[in-house]
Design a protein around this ligand. Structure first.
Ligand SMILES: Cc1cc2nc3c(=O)[nH]c(=O)nc-3n(C[C@H](O)[C@H](O)[C@H](O)COP(=O)(O)OP(=O)(O)OC[C@H]3O[C@@H](n4cnc5c(N)ncnc54)[C@H](O)[C@@H]3O)c2cc1C
Length: 297
């Protein structure tokens, strides 16, 4: 199959990326797609989530599994839910429920279940069984407010899922290589973290702004595929700046999300208090991360 199969500027929707390789002549990335075709790219920004093919190409170490699971779903309220437009987190029975409204009728929610499921037989069955996921969610939240229980009972079964939680350790973000040539990563592919601070998606948006700003400042004009220097060099410099700008912000966020996850999942009160003390020592103000300003475009 020839790389010229897809002309430059072609957009492919609903097509999986299988692998990435560098073109020997131009050193630009070539993408192998699931429909068998190849696509030559001038710039490749991998925002393909926690199981990123682009991260694999960059030889970023594989993500790690956090000892917790999360149930996620949407609930539709035909006559409006009446909730205030705020993110609400409820704790109890060693579980955490988060609720965020999407519009007047639609609500997104999740339940974090520390250490669950540990049993491999249970694992293989329950992940594909929405009825069992719902039943488990209801058991875990039986002591929660009535509106939470109703929200779970009335959820859209097609949106219901149980997922493992993944993370990239902070030291791997500190030391990782997030750029090769004109290829880089953003979002979960770069820094997947447990949702204990609710910052993964926000950090992905910060990445997008920082990367767009770095590229806009450095690139003026067309990027030639054939050129070894010129615009290509500027793209590489822009991506390097982007990685540099994001690194320490992401190291801190990932470390804080990890320790917060350990604290929330801890059954022992002494361990909880020790981890809380560690958070205060390391991060002083536990809400400091919410006041981060990623700048303007
Ligand atoms: C339970 C839970 C609660 C959360 N709560 C919050 C919260 O309150 N606030 C917050 O900011 N964040 C939250 N997050 C984190 C947030 O969901 C993620 O950080 C965010 O979705 C990352 O966005 P992304 O675009 O990098 O990756 P994704 O959202 O995973 O998107 C990746 C996309 O790439 C596509 N893709 C993957 N592989 C390929 C391939 N090979 N080829 C082509 N396409 C591919 C996928 O289909 C997908 O569309 C939560 C996460 C969980 C699990």
């Amino acid at each position: 199959m020839l790389a010229e199969d897809l002309p430059h500027g072609t957009i492919r929707f609903g097509c999986q990326l299988l692998s990435v390789e560098l073109d020997h002549f131009t050193n630009f990335p070539t993408l192998l797609l699931s429909d068998g075709r190849k696509l030559k790219a001038k710039i490749l920004i991998g925002c393909d989530g926690a199981s990123s093919v682009v991260a694999e190409f960059l030889k970023i170490k594989p993500k790690k599994v956090f000892p917790a699971c999360a149930v996620r779903a949407l609930t539709y309220y035909p006559n409006s839910h009446g909730f205030a437009p705020e993110f609400v987190r409820t704790h109890g029975n060693n579980a955490v429920c988060g609720r965020s409204i999407i519009n007047e009728n639609l609500v997104f929610w999740f339940i974090l279940l520390p250490g669950y499921p540990q049993d491999s037989e249970l694992e293989s069955d329950i992940f594909k069984n929405p009825e069992r996921i719902k039943q488990m969610a209801l058991e875990k939240t039986s002591s929660f407010p009535k509106e939470t229980i109703e929200m779970i009972k009335d959820c859209d079964m097609t949106s219901l899922s149980l997922t493992h939680l993944w993370y990239r350790p902070a030291w791997e973000i500190l030391l990782g290589t997030f750029r090769k040539g004109t290829v880089t990563v953003a979002g979960d592919s770069m820094h997947v973290m447990g949702p204990f601070l609710g910052q993964g998606g926000s950090a992905a948006m910060e990445d997008a702004i920082a990367l767009a700003r770095c590229l806009a400042h450095k690139i003026h004009g067309e990027i030639g595929l054939e050129g070894k220097e010129g615009p290509r060099k500027e793209v590489e410099e822009a991506m390097e700046l982007y990685v540099k700008e994001r690194r320490m912000r992401l190291v801190r966020l990932s470390a804080q999300a990890y320790v917060t996850g350990l604290m929330l999942g801890s059954a022992s009160m002494i361990r909880k208090l020790l981890l809380l003390a560690l958070i205060i020592v390391l991060f002083q103000d536990p809400l400091h991360h919410t006041r981060y300003d990623c700048g303007r475009l």
